[in-house]
Design a protein around this ligand. Structure first.
Ligand code: AMP
Ligand code: MG
Length: 311
């Protein structure tokens, strides 16, 4: 597309009232999230944008690299490895982490994918998955209650009703959901539900090598996804992490990945990692759900829709 056309598109996007309100709402959300995690004893750390190692992800994305004084650096797809390294020193951490994931252009139509987005990425030393789920439930209920108080003007603009759920949120095992609703269970269930819910116990092949298997259920991970209701889809992913170097290396091989690919992380892990658990919440997706907007691009001033050239 021609540059002048793109510039006009950006101008019209930025003057759209709902986009301005969504950006304002996102500013409130960032403030709430930061305050929440700090109040629970988490330390905010700065994001890592470039590094010789990043998350391999479990789905295909294009893989941009930069030449950093002769060493190949990746743009961060998630800070998982840096989080695992940091909890050992700092205990409980969070960061607003910009991620670059050049998603395939078929993702442009989901309303949920951008090539550049921010996740609030959280990790705690020694934590169980259940402790992290409990924390997320407190966060979700807290923010929805705050919004229901009527004092957040950009939220009121959207005239959106959000249910204040009770604890705990519903927990459904991955295999059970698959058996009952088929391969597309996530979107089927998301459309059916009125409150956010958890998918837990995710099969190993559906996730990256770094999440932890049950000791007594090989092939099943101590993982979770939170799914928004009303068809909004996945909100966050997380789980307990593998920290034994032998098992990390075995899992890399099982995935047909190479030690070379992760040698920076492996070298660090050889010196000892601690057990931890954590998760990452997409900020734009959270803004989209809270506002009720259908398209994620309306939550970002300069959205990068997969496959589309923009400012
Ligand atoms: P993941 O660990 O890959 O599930 O990513 C963590 C969270 O980041 C997801 O649950 C989403 O909320 C968000 N996220 C992941 N990919 C994207 C994307 N392409 N665009 C916007 N948000 C995303
Ligand atoms: Mg996920």
């Amino acid at each position: 597309m021609e540059q002048t056309v793109i510039i006009e598109e950006v101008r019209s996007h930025l003057s759209d009232e709902k986009v301005k309100k969504a950006i304002e709402l996102q500013s409130y959300i960032r403030g709430y999230l930061g305050g929440f995690f700090r109040s629970r004893g988490f330390i905010e750390v700065p994001p890592v944008i470039i590094s010789p190692v990043t998350d391999p992800l479990n789905h295909p994305v294009l893989d941009p690299h930069i030449d950093y004084y002769g060493t190949k650096y990746a743009l961060t797809k998630s800070m998982i490895f840096h989080k695992q390294i940091l909890v050992k020193e700092l205990g409980s951490i969070f960061t607003f982490s910009p991620n670059v994931r050049l998603e395939t252009p078929d993702k442009a139509k989901t309303g949920r994918h951008l090539s550049e987005f921010t996740q609030i990425d959280v990790e705690k030393i020694g934590a169980s998955r259940e402790e992290m789920m409990d924390l997320v439930e407190d966060l979700y209920i807290g923010i929805v209650k705050d919004l229901a108080g009527g004092k957040v003007e950009p939220f009121n603009f959207f005239e959106r009703k959000l249910i204040i759920p009770g604890k705990p949120l519903k927990r459904i095992k991955y295999r059970d959901a698959e058996r009952e609703y088929g391969d597309d269970f996530e979107s089927v269930l998301s459309s059916k539900m009125k409150e956010p819910f958890w998918i837990i116990d995710i099969p190993l092949e559906k996730r990256e090598f770094y999440d932890r298997e049950y000791e007594d259920q090989p092939g099943i991970l101590r993982d979770m996804d939170l799914i928004y209701p009303e068809g909004f889809g996945e909100a966050l992913s997380g789980g307990e992490r593998e920290f034994h170097i032998d098992r990390i290396i075995k899992r890399i091989h099982d995935k047909n990945q190479t030690e070379e690919q992760f040698r920076w992380f492996i070298e660090y892990a050889k010196r000892g990692l601690e057990p931890s658990a954590g998760f990452g919440i997409g900020i734009e997706r959270l803004t989209r759900f809270i506002s009720g907007l259908k398209r994620i691009e309306d939550t970002h001033p300069f959205p990068k829709v997969p496959g589309k050239i923009s400012l």
